[in-house]
Design a protein around this ligand. Structure first.
Ligand SMILES: [Zn+2]
Length: 84
């Protein structure tokens, strides 16, 4: 379970989350593929779309929720609770 760290584009605080290859639609051939990450911080609670390549590296980020209809599935994950 790779641990990922990004700076939340909504609150500019670091957030951590873990993913597995099952969290991303790698079968579509359309990469990078989106994953919705909800920031579990008490003051934020907002969702960011991150895009991952086939090695589960984050190559793009977007505020809000991207239209997932191009992909077979887009999962939601919660960031680790930073209690902020
Ligand atoms: Zn945030």
């Amino acid at each position: 379970m790779p641990l990922k760290a990004i700076v939340c584009p909504h609150c500019n605080k670091k957030m951590l989350f873990t993913i597995t290859s099952d969290d991303v639609d790698l079968s579509s051939g359309k990469l990078p593929a989106p994953l919705y990450v909800k920031h579990s911080s008490k003051i934020c609670q907002k969702t960011t779309t991150v895009y991952l390549d086939s090695d589960l590296r984050i190559s793009l980020m977007d505020k809000g929720i991207e239209d997932g209809s191009k992909w077979k599935f887009v999962k939601f994950v919660n960031s680790l609770d930073d209690s902020g």
